[in-house]
Design a protein around this ligand. Structure first.
Ligand code: M6R
Length: 619
């Protein structure tokens, strides 16, 4: 939800801010703006629409200057127009501010500021910030921000500068991410690491209720009481090519194709000499033995990974597991306590509902564990233990490689807990490990079929589009699966709807007769996961029921399954043979590709689907 960046150094700020915003655009893309200090005056350019609109404007009207801030917006308060776009200024145009988050008490603050003579021009909550800073400014921006920030309620990451302090940018954070990037004679603020990776891999993470200031040669962090905080930089292992498309048309496609490598890296990192290692877990063997139940809490795709985690954890550890969406868990007064292990899954580690759910679980005494991709993110830092997925930056809004990475970690974690609790014999553990180690190769084999531009999934997407137009836009999708692949039905449907805007539902196939079968006629295309498994025959029966009612079926089947070819199925997508237990990590790949190709047929903006943002840092 919004991306912010700040630069002060010796180079021209404009191209650096624009490039950083390009890498933050996944966080919001309904408007964008920058403010740069030019010869003692703050110059602002902002534009409604995607970043390229602002870039065009800057080509026409460039701004020279070496200190500046930038913003990409996902609107919360006020429609996405030019006035509401950031940066926002104070009345005397001495202070420029960009903000990510929501100021919950902005109305009360605004009312008071108006009575004190301040005039507002936008509908945003953000505009109170430059006015408050203006009110407290007595020649030291850091101090004014500290006083202003202590009045703000809600979530925020802020960057700002004052025209009288030309080489200084001040940032503040509360529940929205903000980092400092340390360069040579130049320093940065940013919402996320990829924005600054081209310039530095040395990063300082800012914590909640902290104010930070940067100049080209220094950085300083204080708390709201003004007390100095010493924090050393962290060296980030990501490199810039990971945050680039590397010849792929879209980040989503690149990230789908990275999944073989990502799982291989995870297994290599975690499996050493036939045992599983989680150095950062922070759970002692005695803790693992004490667990009586496990709660998995997450949103969206991470929630679907959690649902698969339930099957895997329960079957290997024998511990009862339940899975909740974070937004429900946080308000439901869930029954968790000292004997609960609460696992929070989040790619970004910043999802507001998941963070709130984590705090609720901690408050109730549960042991908490995060599975996150983004290093030192809020959820990772606030949990008792963390396991990083190390999947590299995921830029496309539609999550793909983070999902398979989360699944991989959940399998490893389940095996680890099962072993520590003596629920899995050494022999069975080794057998599973052997199968698991083959998985990256199977994934690569699956993906290699689709490296060619022309492949059967791309072709089915083309046929779907033709059908959709013929049916006057009435066609929809239904995804059916059973058992351990059921969460993939939900995930396949989510992927399709978020990037192609076509209505799609995921269902456990056994529930078909309890409602969804009423939908079957010639309209919906029904994706059935019918790979070789214990529930194969039942899936075939479901397929027959759909065919008997004139439905169109796409089946995901196992290579070499001849009998499925006799089922009069319209379209078949094959995956290599794999054990049912590990199959979810492979089965999801054709579903991701189907969603991708359908969206591409309609020429949609795949990496930045409408209304969505990658990191949902507001409720
Ligand atoms: O960063 P998180 O994993 O916490 O994000 C959770 C969801 O917002 C996310 O998975 C969302 O559903 C994706 N757009 C799905 O592709």
């Amino acid at each position: 939800m919004c991306g912010i960046i700040g630069y002060t150094g010796k180079k021209q700020a404009e191209p650096i801010l624009l490039e950083g915003l390009k890498r933050l655009e996944y966080r919001g893309y309904d408007s964008a703006g920058i403010a740069i200090l030019k010869n003692g005056t703050i110059e602002v350019r902002k534009k409604q629409g995607k970043l390229h609109v602002l870039a065009d404007e800057l080509r026409r009207l460039p701004i020279e200057g070496i200190t500046g801030i930038g913003h990409v917006r996902w609107a919360t308060h006020g429609i996405p127009n030019e006035i509401n776009a950031h940066p926002h200024l104070d009345e005397k145009k001495k202070i420029a501010v960009v903000h990510n988050g929501i100021i919950e008490n902005y109305q009360a603050l605004k009312k008071k500021l108006i009575t004190e003579g301040h005039r507002f021009i936008s509908d945003t909550d953000t505009e109170v910030i430059p006015h408050l800073i203006e009110k407290f400014y007595k020649g030291n921006l850091t101090d004014a921000v500290r006083r202003a920030a202590s009045l703000l309620k809600g979530s925020y990451a802020i960057c700002c500068f004052h025209k009288n302090e030309p080489h200084k940018i001040v940032g503040a954070r509360c529940d929205s991410p903000l980092i400092i990037g340390l360069g040579k004679n130049e320093n940065f603020f940013a919402s996320d690491i990829p924005a600054i990776l081209n310039y530095t891999q040395n990063v300082v993470f800012i914590d909640n209720a902290e104010i930070a200031e940067i100049t080209p040669k220094s950085y300083r962090i204080i708390n709201y009481k003004g007390k100095k905080i010493l924090r050393k930089p962290t060296r980030i292992k990501w490199n810039i090519s990971q945050a680039e498309k590397e010849g792929f048309k879209h980040f989503m496609l690149k990230e789908i194709f990275e999944q073989g490598k990502v799982t291989k890296n995870i297994l290599e990192e975690r499996i050493k000499k036939n045992s599983i290692h989680f150095e950062e877990l922070a759970l002692k063997n005695t803790d693992l033995k004490r667990i009586k139940n496990i709660a998995i809490v997450a949103c969206g795709t991470a929630f679907h990974a959690g649902l698969t985690g339930q099957y895997v954890l329960e079957s290997l550890t024998g511990i009862p597991v339940w899975v909740d969406t974070s937004s429900e868990f946080r308000y439901r007064n869930p029954i968790v306590g000292k004997e609960t292990l609460a696992i929070f899954i989040s790619q970004s580690g910043e999802t507001a509902d998941t963070l709130a759910a984590l705090r609720e679980a901690k408050r109730k005494g549960a042991k908490t564990l995060a599975i996150c991709n983004v290093l030192a993110s809020s959820i990772a830092r606030e949990s008792d233990g963390v396991v990083y997925t190390h999947a590299g930056p995921e830029i496309a809004v539609a999550s793909t490689k983070a999902y398979t990475a989360q699944l991989t970690i959940l399998y490893l974690l389940s095996m680890h807990i099962a072993r520590k609790r003596s629920k899995l014999s050494e022999k069975d553990f080794n057998k599973l490990l052997l199968q698991f180690k083959k998985l990256p190769h199977i994934l690569e084999k699956t993906l290699s079929k689709y490296r060619k531009e022309k492949n059967n999934i791309a072709n089915y997407a083309k046929l779907f589009r033709e059908y959709y137009l013929k049916m006057h836009h009435k066609s929809t999708f239904l995804y059916l699966a059973r058992n351990i692949n059921y969460p993939n039905a939900l995930e396949g449907a989510l992927k399709l709807k978020e990037i192609s805007y076509i209505s799609a539902e995921g269902y456990p196939a056994g529930e078909m007769k309890h409602g969804p079968i009423a939908l079957i006629d010639e309209n919906p295309w029904v994706v059935c996961i019918a790979t070789k498994s214990a529930v194969y025959d039942k899936m075939i029966s479901n397929i027959q029921e759909i065919k008997a009612r004139g439905g169109i079926v796409i089946a995901v089947a196992t290579e070499g399954d001849k009998s499925i070819r006799n089922q009069n199925i319209n379209y078949i997508i094959e995956i290599p043979e794999i054990s049912e237990f590990f199959s979810p990590i492979v089965v999801v790949v054709p579903l991701q590709l189907l969603a991708y190709y359908v969206a591409r047929e309609f020429n949609y903006d795949i990496d930045q689907p409408r209304n969505l943002a990658k990191s949902v840092t507001v409720e």
